[in-house]
Write a protein that binds this ligand. Structure first.
Ligand code: AMP
Ligand code: MN
Ligand code: MN
Ligand code: MN
Length: 280
């Protein structure tokens, strides 16, 4: 079976390893084809590609774009993108500028409940200041003893309805898909079960996504239970979506799947890489 991982993060966004160390870890763990998909940024791709070449790994340019859709946040993965495509570059830059203001808003929300210094604290966990995000706050809050791990900290503080949440308007779905597809890439809905959409809303999303040019669904991901894997594999087969798989690895000890540890795709699904020239 092909060892392929099409979703992971480096220090360019909220991962713990530099692009080079991430690729080296993937190589040690037997990954043969890897996409780096940092949040809203493509700045790690050149370094990762160099490291991948040295390790004989087929490297795929990727990105994970934050999208606001009907009052929810969705993540759309772009695979095999051209990072130099101007609308993509400019679109990602525009999303990133909102992150520092949002970080200040998160910090003031946390101050209201007596947690001081979280902005500076979160920034100590950031590789690139422009990509400050909730994971960096989460690491600070765990360090300060407000929760035992990242999962708990998100439940208690950083999600809608909790005291450390600040709303933010990300890219439009239509823009994210058009930047990805316009650059020659494939657009894939990341970890779809995470959005907890009811049947009708999910149906709307899948149809709208396809009409916009989206072609893939991430079926294998650390965010999905075995049942959710089967469920989304069925959606993919029913609607002729390609399927993708990725660990969503952020760092040792932080993610459900490590690099190169993924189960096989469910039967009857067409992989998003079916027509790529990749190392088996
Ligand atoms: P942001 O883009 O700043 O809103 O941060 C989103 C990131 O937070 C995701 O990519 C995950 O890395 C992390 N995250 C979100 N929810 C959780 C959770 N329940 N447990 C652990 N990490 C999470
Ligand atoms: Mn993340
Ligand atoms: Mn995501
Ligand atoms: Mn991710």
């Amino acid at each position: 079976m092909l060892n392929i991982d099409l979703h992971c993060h480096s220090t360019i966004s909220d991962g713990l390893l530099t692009p080079t160390r991430l690729v080296d870890r993937a190589a040690k763990r037997g990954v043969k084809t890897l996409a780096l998909t940092d949040h809203d940024d493509v700045a790690g791709l050149d370094e990762a590609r160099l490291a991948a070449d040295a390790q004989n790994i087929t490297f795929i340019n990727g990105v994970e774009i934050s999208v606001s859709w009907r009052g929810r946040v969705l993540h759309i993965i772009g695979l095999d993108i051209d990072p130099e495509y101007t609308p993509l570059k400019e679109g990602l830059a525009a999303i990133r500028t909102g992150r520092s203001q949002r970080a200040e808003n998160i910090a003031s929300e946390l101050e209201k409940i007596g947690i001081m210094g979280s902005l500076e604290g979160a920034y100590t966990y950031v590789g690139e200041r422009r990509l400050i995000g909730r994971t960096h706050f989460a690491r600070f809050l765990v360090e300060q003893g407000h929760a035992k791990d990242l999962k708990t900290v998100f439940k208690k503080y950083l999600v809608k309805g909790k005291p450390g949440y600040a709303p933010h308007e990300w890219a439009a779905l239509s823009d994210a898909v058009s930047w990805i597809c316009g650059s020659g890439g494939r657009a894939v809905i990341a970890h779809p079960a995470r959005y907890k959409l009811g049947k009708n809303v999910l149906d709307d999303l899948l149809h709208e996504f396809r009409t916009l040019g989206g072609t893939g669904i991430e079926v294998i991901t650390g965010s999905h239970t075995a049942d959710q894997v089967q469920d989304f594999a069925q959606h993919a087969r029913d609607m002729n979506f390609l399927v993708s798989c990725g660990s969503d690895f952020h760092g040792p000890g932080e993610s459900f799947y490590d690099l190169g540890q993924l189960p096989d795709l469910p039967a009857g699904c067409i992989p998003v890489w079916h027509d790529w020239k990749i190392v088996a």
